[in-house]
Design a protein around this ligand. Structure first.
Ligand SMILES: Nc1ncnc2c1ncn2[C@@H]1O[C@H](COP(=O)(O)OP(=O)(O)OP(=O)(O)O)[C@@H](O)[C@H]1O
Length: 290
């Protein structure tokens, strides 16, 4: 089943402060969506609206055409996975598996057990005795094995060490190819996770500043390096994200389509055009003064 998320002019206020302002986008395909933004940008606020943990102050949110808030049918199709703290939880993972099995209709116990083995998780220890990284692995195991049509991971992998995160990324990609769904991953680990994303949404100070296919996005960014005056001439009508200069050599990061004429001009002026990463784009698109 492919779910559809439609967000129109969505705002969320805490008192007088806009955590989200006038956000609009649509997610209509079973893809992996990366949601990135700086601290306090509004990622968790947005995801908690999608998961019906909160109600928007303004605007509309529809999932398969329906308002999800307090809508049991829709809420069952959405799984919000976060870095849950099990510090008071005396139940064991084996108990939790039974609970989740009851309320997640697509839950695959065999697959959950496979992940438990991969993450080397103890099933018969009280959850509160598990390390932070192991607790994160419990959350993502349940998130993946629930196979919910809309699965949201809000920094759920934060406590995991690098090798454990690698296992998660690999299993996520494999499971997504076999059981495609809408996956939304919010993260600060941009350079580590960018290869997972089909589409990227960047929010900055509560506003959606970019929603783009990942491949398109990284091909729109480029670094231009060469003799300073030639670089200036080339870049003067472009959106410049960052500038570096050493002696008479200058390098600028730009964002926007490069035409054939641009490429010809770069060649005649001996300018080097290089790629830039999503992390670079993210840093420079969101670095304006606060
Ligand atoms: N319960 C709350 N009450 C008041 N303000 C809140 C509340 N939750 C979030 N905010 C504010 O809303 C804004 C967005 O917060 P949010 O948690 O959505 O950001 P985030 O992008 O998830 O940040 P981080 O990357 O640091 O987790 C921030 O200014 C934050 O202080």
């Amino acid at each position: 089943m492919t779910m559809q998320i439609e967000v129109k002019n969505l705002s969320l206020k805490f008192g007088k402060h806009f955590a989200l302002k006038d956000i609009s986008f649509q997610l209509k395909e079973n893809k992996i969506y990366g949601l990135i933004g700086r601290n306090g940008a509004g990622k968790t606020s947005l995801l908690s609206l999608l998961a019906s943990f909160r109600e928007a102050t303004d605007g509309t949110l529809r999932i398969n055409g329906e308002v999800p808030f307090e809508n049991a049918k829709i809420m069952q199709q959405v799984n919000f996975v976060f870095n849950k703290d099990y510090k008071d939880e005396t139940d064991k993972l084996s108990d939790l598996l039974e609970d989740v099995r009851r309320y997640r209709p697509n839950f695959d116990l065999e697959y959950a057990n496979y992940l438990i083995q991969k993450f080397k998780l103890p099933k018969n220890k009280p959850l509160k005795q598990l390390s932070k990284g192991m607790q994160s692995a419990v959350s993502v195991t349940l998130g993946l094995a629930s196979r919910t049509p809309i699965t949201i991971f809000d920094e759920a992998y934060n406590g995991m060490d690098a090798p454990t995160r690698e296992i998660f990324y690999k299993e996520l990609l494999e499971d997504q190819s076999e059981h495609p769904r809408i996956m939304i991953l919010s993260t600060h680990l941009v350079s580590e996770m960018d290869y997972l994303f089909d589409e990227v949404l960047i929010i900055d100070k509560g506003q959606l500043i970019l929603h783009e296919d990942y491949e398109t996005l990284v091909t729109k960014g480029a670094s231009i390096t060469g003799e300073a005056a030639a670089v200036d001439t080339f870049a003067h009508s472009k959106k410049i994200l960052n500038t570096k200069q050493l002696g008479n050599t200058k390098s600028v990061m730009i964002y926007g389509e490069l035409s054939d004429d641009d490429r010809k001009l770069a060649k005649t002026k001996s300018l080097e055009i290089g790629p830039i990463s999503l992390q670079d784009l993210f840093i420079h698109l969101t670095e304006g003064e606060d």
